[in-house]
Write a protein that binds this ligand. Structure first.
Ligand SMILES: Cc1cc2nc3c(=O)[nH]c(=O)nc-3n(C[C@H](O)[C@H](O)[C@H](O)COP(=O)(O)O)c2cc1C
Length: 386
């Protein structure tokens, strides 16, 4: 019987499913719900020393629906970090650890570019009993105006300096959470790991404009008739998140073996989680999935992940962590591999009747035709992921 239990940076998790920082970990009530439902760990909503500066608006979410009009495929938020006072958070961290002593509780923290502020927030959270830290270098809206969040995460020098301050004060594992709103996510990841962080979390939301209301001509979500660009999450971002996690894992394998990686972005099923682990993640985090399906979804996700492991005879998560990474290569190499394969099978192919798909497939750009464009596009596709 396979096990989902895992140890990451000395933290013992019953399973790799972690509540991502956001509404599902925004107070003691919901954090307790998460532990009761069996989540492997909880990362609380991001906090700062002075919550008075954090003022949210309503509405602050907008959804992109699939063609059936029922399935939510994309989710925009313009929500800030927690607007709850720091002292209340410290009390709730302590109460949460008293209620769930074995539950892994991670504080997500964010501060301005001042050493004393970062050291203070780390030390005071640490005293409250949290098991680890996630540094939010990735919130794409609101905070960058104060040079926080993704503004800090996009500047490798500042990020390394802040990670250094944190590592000087932290006695618990520290993960740095990356913004995807950058060209090469390996660079800030390398800066954080170089400064001594134990792990990387990726990704936060992707900068977006959800849409324009064609009646009012105003952008959504509309607040007093206006909007601002927000952060995109949910199923639609999963392919982008997988790409970025794959890139970070590849870099980490070469330069920082043994450090940890937490994959985030559109995880809704055990199969989604398996994919993140296959490209190098130790754990996965879920935010919008909980907002769509409730805390109970962790049960089906665990069952699905166990079924996947049984199918492949994997006993532990380590048995398949990073197993798909060797199958990524350059486009140049794909061309060479295909040429080699064609050369080998040229004789066989010449004899055999070509399949219908091979006949339809476009072999050079001059063969595309307006009257069979959709069929030609389909004939070039492989791999349907739900
Ligand atoms: C409404 C909302 C609020 C969020 N707040 C935070 C936050 O306070 N701190 C943080 O690090 N990430 C925050 N996130 C980002 C999520 O933790 C996660 O990185 C992102 O949504 C992608 O994962 P998902 O597709 O599972 O939601 C928030 C996301 C949403 C949707």
């Amino acid at each position: 019987m396979p096990t989902l239990a895992t140890a990451v940076d000395g933290l013992k998790l019953p399973n790799p499913f972690i509540i991502a920082s956001g509404p599902p970990g925004t107070n003691l009530n919901v954090m307790a719900k998460a532990f009761k439902e069996g989540w492997g760990a909880v990362i609380a909503k991001t906090i700062s020393l002075d919550a008075a500066k954090v003022i949210n608006v309503t509405p602050r979410y907008a959804k992109l629906m699939g063609q059936d009009g029922r399935e939510i495929v994309g989710w925009e938020n313009i929500e800030l970090i927690s607007d709850r006072p720091f002292q209340i958070w410290l009390d709730e961290f302590k109460k949460c650890k008293d209620l769930f002593p074995k539950g892994v509780l991670i504080a997500s923290i964010m501060e301005e570019y001042r050493k004393d502020a970062w050291v203070e927030i780390v030390e005071r959270c640490q005293e409250s009993g949290v098991d680890g830290f996630e540094l939010n270098f990735s919130c794409p809206h609101g905070l960058p105006e104060r040079k926080m969040g993704s503004a800090m995460g996009q500047d490798c020098d500042i990020l390394a300096e802040v990670c250094g301050w944190v590592m000087g004060a932290a006695r618990k594992p520290v993960w740095a959470k990356m913004t995807p709103n950058i060209t090469h996510i390996q660079e800030p990841s390398r800066a954080a790991l170089g400064a001594g962080c134990q792990g990387i979390s990726a990704i936060n939301t992707i900068g977006c404009v959800m849409g324009i209301n064609l009646e009012t001509l105003r952008p959504e979500p509309t607040v007093e008739g206006f909007s601002t660009s927000g952060g995109y999450s949910s199923k639609a971002i999963r392919p982008i998140a997988l790409r970025m996690v794959m890139e970070i894992a590849t870099m980490m394998g070469r330069e920082f073996p043994g450090r940890s990686l937490s994959g985030i972005g559109g995880v809704e099923t055990g199969g989604d989680a398996a994919q993140f682990i296959l490209v190098g993640a130790n754990t996965v985090q879920v935010c919008t999935g909980v907002m769509k399906f409730g805390y109970e979804c962790v049960q089906s996700m665990q069952e699905q992940l166990l079924a996947f492991m049984e199918q492949h005879k994997f006993n532990t998560l380590a048995d398949f962590k990073g197993r798909s990474l060797p199958y990524f290569t350059t486009h140049f190499d794909l061309v060479q591999k295909q040429a080699q394969r064609k050369a080998l099978s040229a004789v066989a192919l010449a004899k055999a009747e070509k399949t219908a798909t091979q006949k339809k497939a476009v072999h050079s750009d001059g063969e595309w035709r307006g009257d069979s464009f959709v069929q030609q596009s389909n004939a070039l596709s492989r791999g349907v992921i739900e």
